[in-house]
Design a protein around this ligand. Structure first.
Ligand code: GLY
Length: 362
């Protein structure tokens, strides 16, 4: 049995359960029932199809579950409204406990529903993808997309608990598993050189690898610490923003290519290489680190180059719109060593344009 981790946020602290998480989940559901609390679950069609009895075994009832279409378009105002109506039409009240059973899309949407409904109800995360286990289910960022951009509406709303069961990854399509690995590699690059070298030493990783649970736990440890130190990403430098290593590039790629062309993790993988090149240009790390990072990314079957006809001018415009920019200046996360990251402002547009061209943009 692996002990739970704690995300330390004073009176909003919460546990992340591993290994025995199905048992812990079952116990939570029976406690909620004993307290006569109402329970609802938001999930998606792919996840419910892949895990037909998981929720029932944990004690949930079919009529408590809302199944939404799977995929990024579900993270929209339309499905946000549908999910709110699901709660309101069944007269769910303030004591309702809302569970997200799915990947990042479902977790972000359900979290924002929980943050908004009756000005906030209890929320629990049961992530089913590698990406949501290591990143989006922990830390309380919730929200939806607008046609103008990703995650433009949302709230910080911490879950009451996170239940991570790596066995759920057995049915995850290999492309999605690989996309989750981009975030794992990201943690190594920004905070843990040892994790990065451990990853490099592995001959790939898949859902049945015995090393996987420890890798997921290490990522959650890093995330829990960063979130505890800078929950709302308000640190003047460093802090939670460091979790966005590669993401300023990645969000621009996703936005210009059209959401879904690249999975988020695939765009992050390209962004990680670009962030490494940028760090080299700023003379913060040696040039040889680019090939090193590229090798690790490719080892996990992820792209490092853009293979769609994306225009530099469009990518630059998308970067300017990124909500992470401060006072109109582009802000990047760069590395001072592989395993240590910093936030860097005031980088010239020309340098970034050249990097985009090197990455395959036109
Ligand atoms: N995924 C970045 C964060 O949670 O801050």
């Amino acid at each position: 049995m692996t002990a739970p981790l704690t995300v330390a946020l004073a009176d909003r602290s919460y546990p992340i359960h591993f290994n025995e998480s199905a048992t812990a989940l079952k116990a939570e559901v029976s406690q909620l029932r004993a307290a006569k609390r109402s329970i609802r679950v938001i999930s998606d069609a792919r996840v419910l199809h892949a895990h037909p009895s998981y929720l029932a075994q944990a004690g949930f009832h079919d009529n408590e579950i809302l199944s939404l279409p799977s995929g990024e378009p579900t993270k929209s105002v339309e499905f946000f409204s549908q999910a709110l109506s699901f709660l309101a039409s069944q007269a769910a009240n303030r004591d309702c406990a809302l569970f997200a059973f799915g990947g990042g899309v479902i977790g972000d949407l359900a979290g924002y529903v929980a943050a908004s409904y009756l000005r906030g109800i209890d929320f629990y995360q049961i992530p089913t993808t590698l990406l949501s286990m290591v990143d989006s289910s922990v830390g309380g960022k919730t929200g939806i997309n607008l046609p103008e951009g990703k995650n433009l509406v949302g709230a910080f709303w911490q879950p009451k608990a996170v239940y991570i069961d790596a066995a759920l990854l057995q049915t995850l399509p290999p492309r999605e598993f690989a996309a989750g690995m981009a975030e794992v590699i990201k943690y190594g690059m920004l905070a843990d050189a040892k994790l990065l070298s451990n990853l490099e030493a592995l001959d790939g990783l898949d859902a049945s690898s015995e090393e996987l649970p420890a890798v997921i736990r290490r990522c959650c440890e890093i995330k829990a610490q960063v979130v505890a130190d800078d929950e709302k990403e308000t640190a003047a430098s460093g802090g939670r923003a460091l979790l966005n290593l590669g993401h300023t590039f990645a969000h621009a790629i996703e936005n210009v290519a059209g959401y879904g062309t690249y999975l988020h993790g695939e765009a992050v993988a390209i962004g990680l290489k670009l962030a490494t090149q940028l760090s080299v240009h700023l003379e913060q790390i040696p040039a040889g680190d680019v090939a090193h990072v590229q090798r690790i990314i490719e080892q996990f079957k992820l792209p490092t180059q853009i293979d769609e006809p994306l225009k530099v001018v469009d990518l630059m415009a998308a970067m300017q719109r990124d909500k992470k920019n401060r006072s109109g200046h582009l802000r990047f996360v760069t590395m001072t060593h592989l395993g240590t990251a910093v936030t860097t402002d005031g980088i010239g547009a020309e340098l970034i344009e050249n990097l985009w061209r090197e990455a395959g943009a036109e």
